[in-house]
Design a binder for this molecule. Sequence first.
Ligand SMILES: Cc1cc2nc3c(=O)[nH]c(=O)nc-3n(C[C@H](O)[C@H](O)[C@H](O)COP(=O)(O)OP(=O)(O)OC[C@H]3O[C@@H](n4cnc5c(N)ncnc54)[C@H](O)[C@@H]3O)c2cc1C
Ligand code: SF4
Length: 532
Amino acid sequence: MNDKVDVLIIGSGASGAAVAWSLAETKMKILCLEQGDWMKQSDYPSNGRDWEARRYNDFDISPNKRGRDTDYPVNDDASPMKVANFNGVGGGTVLYTAHFPRLHPSDFRVRSLDGVADDWPIDYAMLEPFFAENDRMMGVAGLAGDPAYPAHELPMPPLPLGKTALRYAEGMNRLGWHWWPSDSAIATTEYDGRAACINLGHCTPGCAQGAKASTDITYWPHALRAGVELRTRCRVREITTNEHGMAAGVIYYDTEGTERFQPAEVVIVACNGVGTPRLLLNSASAQFPNGLANSSGLVGKNLMVHPWPQVFGYGEELLDGDHAPMLCLWSKEFYETDPKRDFVRGYTLQFGRGTGAVNEAITSAAAGRLPWGKDHHRAFRGLFRKRMICGVACDDLPEEHNRVTLDPMLKDSHGIPGAKIEYTISENTRRMMEHGIARGEQALRAAGATRIFTSMTALNSPGHLLGTARMGTDPARSVVNEWGRSHDVKNLFIVDGSIWVTGGGVNPTSTIQALALYVADSMKKRLATLFD
Ligand SMILES: Cc1cc2nc3c(=O)[nH]c(=O)nc-3n(C[C@H](O)[C@H](O)[C@H](O)COP(=O)(O)OP(=O)(O)OC[C@H]3O[C@@H](n4cnc5c(N)ncnc54)[C@H](O)[C@@H]3O)c2cc1C
Ligand code: SF4
């Protein structure tokens, strides 16, 4: 049996890294188990000319297509939104686009403001110091003064707008709509030992330059230096409990595939909105027959994944193509509820640069924009580096029938059941999507696009996995309390995106990490009672 640790963290992604670093100053014995590997920047696709091909291969955003032995299968047949993630040190931040908006203050109060879903038990102001701390640790670039948010400073200047974003900005000025350069977790100057972005734009399948803030190169080096231990290729099968109903530790498979027991005083789960309910449901026992921490029956329910239609436009002018990070500018014009509309809450319009040659060819051929035959090259020249993109990041309200369960058939490389997701788009969201697509079209036309392509079914997979172990003060209606502690198992905490109450209309990682730091801070304030 392994030596007992004070704190055991499962998962080393966005939230696991943040909580590990924050707790390190307590000098407790902290161990993190991660099922994936450390990443090597020299292995990233952008080092080779085949980088675009590898986006659809060993660096695919879908675990099912990537199929590494460190991935677990997710059956998403019963969902129009497919799952995207990454399993390795850094978790989803290895493959994310590093667009870094925060939730808005109103997102924490949707029941009070709009009479739907639930209010969070915490608010924006409580998270504010942790947003700032996380911006410092990740290294966020942006421009202070966005009127859509409470005032906040950013550690680095924003990414350059480039030709593409300038067109968007001019278009938005014509329409008189709000716009602002995006906050991005990308170093625009040398920062904390990391090199500055060189704007070559292969960000999503890993940044070999080290400018994009994935937690393997931001939080983890600091956490390791402070004494936290991180063991890779260690996949946790279940969390075990003792006769008092407290978490006793975990059973995991080590690098050699050997089954081991790791005892711990406190267990923190940071496996994301799909991995966390999968683990809790797989930890069912005679004492907890419906899965661990599941007396409410809500583990796995209320999955939110952010439906995200995209509007593409092509103008006549050569733009930046894929040179520089993808997302560059946002508009919050339609973010807050407007009683004149036929839906509540709203969305962010997110403007992106174009894409690489291979991706342009594949996606345009699939959409019927790029014919084969004698017109092929002429048509390609009319598309490549002329693409404009507007994503509609829709708020996603919780519904219990949207859920994660254990798949009865699929298993990972250790024989642990894979996850199954069932998800339908609500009527409120569908109306929001239609509204957003129409506004996206308007914005792209104002920016100079003449050929517009949209589709309600063009839903990509943003990899935002939220809500499946929600926080709240009522144990009958939530899984963890207002500081991430399980209502049922007092030494069990959850810090990843699964504890979200509502989804908001933004990319979630900034808020996921601020929340993880807030939970860690709450734990530090209660150290004396943590082990009771
Ligand atoms: C392609 C893509 C683009 C994205 N773009 C953006 C963006 O621009 N902005 C943004 O805000 N967000 C973006 N995201 C989402 C972002 O990556 C996630 O919100 C974030 O990483 C979630 O953090 P987390 O801590 O909840 O989980 P994760 O970061 O997913 O970490 C979970 C970790 O737990 C490990 N784990 C799971 N189960 C086990 C187990 N049983 N045993 C051991 N380890 C386990 C996993 O291997 C993983 O490393 C994107 C995601 C993807 C995939
Ligand atoms: S554009 Fe910048 S952040 Fe993106 S991969 Fe290149 S150096 Fe990294």
